[in-house]
Design a protein around this ligand. Structure first.
Ligand SMILES: CC(C)(COP(=O)(O)OP(=O)(O)OC[C@H]1O[C@@H](n2cnc3c(N)ncnc32)[C@H](O)[C@@H]1OP(=O)(O)O)[C@@H](O)C(=O)NCCC(=O)NCCSC(=O)C[C@H](O)C(=O)O
Length: 358
């Protein structure tokens, strides 16, 4: 009998032999298909990521997030942080990155996120502990190869148990068995042109009072407070593959061009949290942010691939002078990330505390 454990019985450097062998081998799978998930299931994510200043600074530098409170201890203290925190976009991306192996490594796309709530600033050295619960699963009527899954995820400090952030996230997840239907059940499109405001008002400065004054002006003039940000960021390999991998995000969508060639995007795409963080950075560069508070109704509308440039657009929705400490008021924004063809790729509502002028 042949001893197949003997290294000399098979020459794996011979292309033809190896090719035939590979075709007969089972694949040790990673990630889960749609059918794996059932409402109410709880998943405890294992990867042991510890937040670092290096990771946060790499994230901030690449995404143009330059708020000094996350770069310098003195400014952090002036802004009321006990210790210089890591950036909230990095925290969020790390908490989500850890979940990917269990939830979305199989492919499919990040469609949206809701109810993002930050409970306290996270500092470097914090080890993360992340859990998710399946809140909804359904088949997709328009894409028979995919199902749609929503999870509730919570990130905590593994040492103290303190809750840092939580959110609900929805992804398209490939089905092991594509549905028999041909899909294509697309609802009726409204072809009429939407009404636009007469004018768009731009705040004169970056403080809470500037946003409030702009909103007051707009209310009198059938106008909206809305403006675009000048900066753009072209997606390179560091952004598309490097940053997600640094948060332990193993989604093939960002680093496996071979697998993604035969997918709806046809190529690797940027991690949604990178695209969003760039658009938010553009917006933050035009405001005096005091604290990030919460995000809602985040949606990823279109793919961002290598070579695309991400720009930002902001609409101001509301100002609340009573929410927050005396030195800041709450502003609710709608932010849109768009590409070089002016196609929206991300939109989301953000409530942040903005510093007052005085
Ligand atoms: C993915 C798309 C190409 C799909 O486009 P399209 O076919 O036009 O369909 P819809 O966008 O209308 O949606 C498909 C179905 O999904 C449902 N949907 C859409 N958004 C949501 C949502 N926020 N919550 C719940 N359900 C949602 C629709 O109702 C449709 O359902 P059905 O009619 O039954 O089929 C297109 O959306 C697209 O290109 N999006 C961008 C995706 C993207 O680039 N995301 C970021 C990169 S991927 C990533 O970051 C992965 C991440 O690392 C991770 O692991 O999660």
């Amino acid at each position: 009998m042949t001893d197949w454990a003997d290294p000399d019985t098979l020459d794996l450097s011979d292309g033809e032999t190896f090719d035939r062998l590979l075709d007969r081998a089972d694949t040790r799978e990673k990630g889960h298909f749609f059918e794996f998930f059932a409402e109410g299931d709880k998943l405890v994510h294992d990867p042991g990521l510890r937040l670092t200043h290096h990771g946060s600074e790499q994230w901030m530098g690449q995404t143009l997030n330059h708020d000094p409170a996350y770069w310098r201890a003195d400014t952090a203290q002036e802004r009321g942080f006990e210790e210089r925190p890591v950036h909230p976009d990095y925290l969020l991306a790390c908490v989500m990155g850890i979940t990917v192996e269990d939830l979305s490594e199989k492919g499919g796309y990040f469609l949206g996120r809701d109810d993002v709530e930050f409970y306290q600033p996270a500092t470097a050295g914090t080890p993360l502990s992340v859990t998710s619960t399946v809140v909804d699963t359904r088949t997709s009527s328009s894409r028979p190869k995919y199902g749609i899954v929503t999870w509730e995820t919570e990130g905590r400090n593994r040492e103290t148990g303190e809750r840092l952030v939580s959110y609900q996230r929805t992804n398209m997840i490939p089905r092991r068995e594509p549905a028999a239907t041909d899909g294509g059940a697309v609802g009726e499109q409204d072809e009429s042109d939407p009404t636009l405001p007469d004018t768009l008002v731009t705040p004169e400065g970056e403080h809470f009072e500037d946003f409030q004054r702009a909103l007051d002006t707009a209310r009198e003039e059938n106008a909206a407070v809305a403006y675009r940000h000048e900066r753009g960021r072209t997606m390179d390999d560091q952004l598309v593959a490097g940053l997600p991998l640094a948060t332990l995000n193993t989604a093939r969508q960002h680093h496996n061009r071979d697998e993604m060639a035969d997918s709806p995007s046809g190529d690797i795409v940027a991690y949604g949290d990178v695209t969003r963080s760039i658009a938010l950075a553009h917006a933050r560069s035009d405001e005096a942010t005091y604290r990030e508070h919460r995000f809602a109704d985040e949606r990823f509308h279109d793919f961002v691939t290598l070579g695309d440039t991400v720009y930002g657009f902001t609409r101001v929705l509301d100002c609340d002078p009573d929410a927050g400490p005396s030195r800041a008021g709450a502003v609710t924004f709608e932010h849109v990330a768009f590409n070089q063809e002016q196609t929206p790729v991300y939109s989301g509502r953000r409530t942040a505390l903005i510093q007052r002028d005085t």
